[in-house]
Design a protein around this ligand. Structure first.
Ligand SMILES: [Mg+2]
Length: 230
């Protein structure tokens, strides 16, 4: 990601945000022109590992997602996150090349200040709400990221995006009418082959393999364990 972004900091480039009206099956991308260039990162499990919240879930037997509890984590967990390995150096290198780093996250806009604090706590300072930090409720209601992507891409030319969810690249992948296998097929469209690893950077979540034998004491450093106040 960083090498790609730095290599495209100057010279001809196109946005990697789908142009309005285009689709993953028939994508179009606008030239950068004179817009300043930016790189867009998702936050959760792309830049920040939510170690404290994952600890809280693990010790309660991994219950279904609880949005109220997650909201408390967004507000109060800034000191209990960790950086995804390599991302702090990558963002520093991207910024040093003169590019702007913008975060597009589905954390709620009411948590803008603690989200910026969580980023700063791992060494990524300078996320400014409304300028370089776009959250759920900014630009448009709801968790769709396309409206925020469009707003970011109007202000900057987005030359690279990184995320751990297909919706970090285009909301079309999150169409509820699509089955998981249809989503996978769409993401593997020949029209998109040239983008993966070359403007679109998908970070896999660890779901299986040697991770399965790990327990709470293996996975959660003592200083990153979080539970909400009673
Ligand atoms: Mg994520």
């Amino acid at each position: 990601m960083a090498e790609f972004a730095v290599a495209h900091a100057r010279g001809p480039a196109s946005s990697v945000v789908l142009a309005p009206g285009s689709t993953p099956a028939a994508p179009r991308f606008a030239e950068c022109g004179n817009r300043p260039r930016a790189v867009v990162y998702d936050i959760d499990e792309t830049v920040l590992l939510n170690t404290g919240a994952n600890y809280d879930s693990a010790v309660r037997g991994d219950p279904p997602f609880d949005s109220a509890r997650w909201a408390r984590w967004e507000q109060g967990g800034a000191a209990k996150v960790e950086a995804v390995p390599g991302v702090v150096a990558a963002i520093a290198a991207i910024r040093a090349a003169g590019l702007t780093v913008v975060f597009n996250s589905n954390r709620d806009r009411s948590a803008a200040v603690p989200t910026a604090a969580a980023l700063a706590s791992v060494g990524i300072a300078g996320a400014v709400p409304g300028e370089t930090l776009y959250l759920k409720g900014d630009v448009a209601p709801g968790s769709a990221k396309d409206p925020r992507r469009a707003a970011i891409d109007a202000r900057y030319c987005v030359i690279a995006m990184a995320g751990d969810n297909l919706g970090d690249f285009a909301d079309a992948f999150n169409d509820r009418a699509l089955t998981p296998s249809a989503r996978r097929t769409l993401a593997q469209s020949p029209t998109l082959d040239a983008l993966w690893g070359n403007g679109w950077f998908l970070i896999p979540n660890a779901l299986y393999g040697a991770w399965e034998g790990a327990g709470v004491d293996d996975l959660f450093p003592v200083d990153k364990r979080w539970s909400p106040e009673p």
